[in-house]
Design a protein around this ligand. Structure first.
Ligand SMILES: O=c1ccn([C@@H]2O[C@H](COP(=O)(O)O)[C@@H](O)[C@H]2O)c(=O)[nH]1
Length: 279
């Protein structure tokens, strides 16, 4: 199988950069007229995936909302991964795992190794036990043709104090994470397999991404207030390698499949910019 970075670039070239989040919030399940139980979860999550995964390059199921339903909810997550692949999308599982290296090896077996229990193409990981603690996942993902997205500067307002704190060498914590990710991506074409997460809500100028040579997941677009203009101000007009992610702001248009498809089209138009001149 081709490397994740290669597969992602191909998928984005074909379907655009939008990453559709599958976040079965209880309020959304109910707003779709579904019962707040595992059957409602399944109809919501698989239904949304079948529509959104046919329109977008990459789908991001949020594991927490499935875990909240216990083991049967996790089984639904597995079915969402399969439904997304059947519809032709890549799957970025948002699990935000991170632990000491030896435990990371077990997470690796769960999510990114070649025969992983969940057949995702990439997962989100947390570097806050030290970037080096992620080494088993980086190695296994590379061997399996999968990818990682490392939390660098997250979209939530509480993140600033910790992630923008300065290290003794003058860089911010978030910048050091971007730089560590960049080392794994050096020389890869079109880009490497170790992406970072940088919230669309982050102020421009906080991070230098020029050497990253990897994809950037940018959540916070839509429901958290970031606009397409914010994304362009933060990442540059062509949004190279950037995957703007939206969950609630897309899902609220369901359960009507046509309305969901229209919402994806409207977001794609916004991301393309006026007359698409900055693509
Ligand atoms: O910095 C981060 C990292 C991850 N997320 C996740 O993205 C979605 C956002 O959902 P919206 O409904 O589009 O706000 C959610 O799953 C978060 O856990 C993030 O928001 N910020």
């Amino acid at each position: 199988m081709a490397r994740f970075g290669v597969r992602l670039a191909k998928a984005v070239a074909a379907r655009g950069p939008l990453c559709a989040g599958i976040d079965p919030h209880p309020g959304l399940i109910e707003s779709w007229g579904l019962p707040l139980d595992v059957s409602g979860l399944e109809r919501f999550a698989v239904g949304a995936t079948e529509v959104l995964a046919a329109e977008t390059a990459i789908i991001k199921p949020q594991s927490a909302f499935f875990e909240a339903f216990g083991p049967p909810g996790v089984a639904v997550l597995d079915r969402v991964v399969k439904a997304a692949h059947d519809a032709g999308a890549l799957v970025l599982l948002d699990v935000k795992r991170g632990d000491i290296g030896s435990t990371m090896a077990a997470y690796t077996a769960a999510y990114v190794a070649a025969d992983a229990a969940f057949a995702a193409d990439a997962v989100t990981v947390s570097p806050y036990l030290g970037f080096g603690s992620l080494d088993p996942a980086v190695k296994a993902a590379r061997e399996a043709g999968n990818g990682l997205f490392v939390l660098a500067r997250t979209s939530n307002p509480e993140a600033h104090a910790l992630q923008s704190a300065k290290l003794p060498d003058g860089r911010t914590v978030a910048q050091s994470i971007v730089d560590d990710a960049a080392e794994h991506n050096a020389g890869a074409e079109p880009y490497g397999d170790v992406g970072v997460v940088v919230g669309a809500t982050v102020a421009p100028g906080e991070l230098d991404l020029t050497r990253l040579n990897g994809p950037v997941l940018a959540p916070g677009f839509g429901a958290q207030g970031a606009t397409a203009g914010d994304l362009r101000a933060l990442f540059g007009s062509g949004l190279p390698g950037v995957l703007p992610a939206s969950s609630r702001d897309l899902l609220r248009h369901g359960p009507d499949a046509a309305a969901l498809r229209r919402a994806v089209g409207q977001v794609a138009d916004l991301l393309a910019g006026p007359r698409g001149e900055d693509q």
